[in-house]
Design a protein. Structure first.
Length: 29
């Protein structure tokens, strides 16, 4: 899942903070 997330960030290097927040939220849940 982390690898896919990184790939998404590379495809769209704009909402990087949003993606990072999403990852943190997913880890908390």
């Amino acid at each position: 899942m982390i690898k896919m997330e990184k790939f998404k960030v590379r495809l769209t290097p704009v909402p990087q903070v949003l993606i990072k927040l999403n990852v943190i939220k997913g880890n908390k849940e």
